[in-house]
Design a protein around this ligand. Structure first.
Ligand code: F6R
Length: 610
């Protein structure tokens, strides 16, 4: 989730590049850089921090007259946010500079191969392999070299390349990550989204997957996936800048809900190896230490805690380790009993939540093994954890978390499979089938989004007048109920409670009366029948029930008032699908009630864009 810009025109490139980068800064900004073609020399300027840092550095160092250049604002995924890891990256010979969005899944293999051939790497990024591969595949033709290089990459990428032999040109290509172009009197503009270009033109060319564009001051020549020149027609964009930053969605929250398939794919696929096992880049426990673990404690706040609740069920079920979950603000102020054979897992999107950080420090002090699941690279929590697994959700701007929560849950599925494997509890075939099911999740989430969106928008209408709602479920469905309830209350301000369905009868059922709305989460097959009996209990008291379950249970859902069906998946992963209609329910209810979704009452984690 970084930002790319490019310009080739009749004016100085740097001001355009900086302006485009500022427009993209909302996508993440731990470092930024530009490269310009000065005659046959490529000049790179890059630094840690915001675009304003880069602008000051450029102002102090040079007023480059170059009219062709590329730029990048980074949100770190591989390697710390520092000057060296910032883009652009230059090839060993200095002939090429590249900026890149996305994740190269086979970069470790490519890097090892290049190193064995004498290429020296200076950064920790996956992008640097692209720069050196360009050198290696250079055949004297700029477009052909970029196409040959791209063909070696697995994963997602949008890349923009400068070549010192062709200083008037830029070549760009993409797969999985977007890239757009605009041509106007000032020159030709490239952006990873339209916000970088919109000020100059609203006639936008969308590059399709595996297409390539050769850009100069006069315009762009497009090539299809086989390298044949093609004509493309621009699309007219009617959005203003603010709408464009939200990808045309009304709010960041909806945009981020829709980004979940990509967030899960980016988080999961780099960790699944070609032989269908699970591997983490920064997990420092030896196989022997994993076998000697006696206990797992998961500590987090809010939605991250709810993700931890999913982790508890899945790790216990697969890895047969006792798992305790704790709210960080509770954990840190009691005297938790921890031991060196306890693995303490700390989960945080921001990596800066004070209670979670304090809990991590406590666990570190007590000599536990610690593992952090974090979205923001090099955040305080990531820096202090014994091991780190990053969620690759990209920057999350909405106050109510959605895609980061989904990515945390995905990491916990990976971790459960990994621990089970190391503890000898999964056969090779079982692990392969588990990883296949994990890889199938992004498509199933996309299907859930497609199937549920309109239906949930309609159901949200009946939540408008509510003062209270109940979310019930058992086991994994209960973990999802906690998150569903928080999503509703935090942005639509309807009081709601999540209850373990089997616990209702021990008192709280007295609050269920005629007309009370109960959302029953019943996707997890292991407890489906039990949850159905709880639905009967609340129905007997006059509740209206909206039930969420999977297609395989459709005929057994009984007399519920409203049904939401999600696709069949590996039952252990049902939460990732079931939570989608619940996120949409929170969002559409808040919208229908006229709540300010971009600036809700709880601004605790707010990173709003002006
Ligand atoms: C709810 C939400 C919060 C966060 C919590 C922890 O939508 O976003 O409950 O999950 O504040 O924040 P992180 O994950 O940054 O530690």
């Amino acid at each position: 989730m970084c930002g790319i810009v490019g310009y080739a025109g009749k004016n100085r490139a740097v001001p355009y590049l900086l302006e485009g980068l500022e427009k993209l800064e909302y996508r993440g900004y731990d470092s930024a850089g530009v490269a310009v073609a000065e005659g046959n020399t490529l000049r790179v300027t890059k630094t840690r921090g915001r675009i304003s840092n880069l602008a000051s550095l450029i102002a102090a160092e040079h007023q480059s007259p170059a009219t062709v250049g590329i730029g990048h604002t980074r949100w770190a995924t591989h390697g710390k946010p520092n000057d060296v890891n910032a883009h652009p990256h230059q090839s060993q010979s200095g002939r090429f500079c590249v900026v890149h969005n996305g994740i190269i899944e086979n970069y470790l293999q490519l890097k090892a191969q290049l190193q064995s051939e004498g290429y020296v790497f200076v950064s920790e990024t996956d992008t640097e392999v692209i720069a050196h591969l360009l050198d290696k595949t250079w055949d004297g033709d700029f477009v052909s070299t970029v196409r040959k290089t791209a063909a070696l990459l697995e994963g997602a990428y949008a890349i923009c390349v400068l070549c010192s032999d062709c200083p008037d040109q830029i070549v760009c290509t993409r797969w999985g990550s977007p890239l757009v172009l605009g041509v106007c009197g000032e020159g030709t503009f490239i952006g990873s989204d339209v916000t970088a270009i919109l000020r100059h033109t609203n006639e936008i060319y969308y590059l399709d997957g595996h297409e390539t564009a050769l850009v100069d001051a006069k315009g762009a020549t497009f090539f299809d996936k086989d390298g044949a020149a093609i004509e493309k027609q621009p699309k007219t964009i009617e959005w203003n800048l603010s709408a464009a930053q939200k990808g045309g969605y009304e709010h960041f929250m909806l945009k981020e809900i829709m980004e979940q398939p990509r967030a899960i794919a980016d988080t999961v696929s780099p960790r699944i190896t070609a032989d269908k096992t699970i591997a983490f880049e920064d997990f420092h426990l030896s196989d022997d230490e994993i076998r000697r673990l006696r206990r797992v404690t998961i500590v987090a706040c809010g939605s991250a805690y709810h993700a931890g609740a999913v982790g508890k069920y899945v790790i216990e079920k697969l890895a047969r380790l006792p798992v305790e979950i704790d709210i960080a603000s509770e954990f840190r102020y009691r005297a938790p009993v921890l031991a060196p054979d306890t693995l303490v897992i700390v989960i945080s999107q921001s990596g800066e939540t004070a209670d979670t950080l304090a809990a991590l420090r406590l666990a570190n002090e007590q000599g536990c093994k610690t593992l952090c699941i974090v979205n923001v690279v090099s955040s305080s929590i990531a820096n202090e954890g014994g091991s780190v697994i990053y969620t690759h959700a990209g920057p999350e701007i909405a106050v109510a978390t959605t895609k980061a929560y989904a990515a945390q849950v995905a990491v916990l599925y990976l971790l459960a499979g990994y621990l089970a494997d190391k503890r000898g509890l999964l056969s090779k075939a079982q692990l392969a089938s588990y990883t296949d099911d994990l890889l199938a999740l992004p498509d199933l989430i996309q299907k859930t989004l497609d199937d549920c969106n309109a239906q949930i928008k309609a159901f949200a209408q009946m939540f408008i007048p509510l003062e209270h709602a109940y979310f019930i479920g058992r086991n994994l469905d209960y973990a999802c109920a906690m998150e569903a309830s928080l999503k509703l209350k935090e942005i639509s301000y309807i009081h709601s409670e999540a209850y373990a369905a089997g616990e209702l009868k021990h008192g709280t059922i007295s609050l269920i009366e005629k007309g009370t709305l109960v959302v029953a989460l019943a996707a997890y097959s292991d407890v489906f029948q039990k949850t159905m009996s709880n639905i009967k209990e609340v129905k007997a008291r006059g509740a209206r029930v909206l039930a969420v379950s999977t297609e395989r249970h459709m005929d057994a859902m009984g007399e519920v008032d409203y049904k939401v069906l999600i696709p069949d998946a590996n039952p252990l992963f049902s939460v990732s699908l079931e939570v989608v209609p619940m996120q949409l329910l929170g969002y559409y209810t808040a919208r229908a009630r006229g709540c300010d979704i971009d600036k809700p009452r709880n601004l605790a984690k707010s990173v709003t864009v002006e």
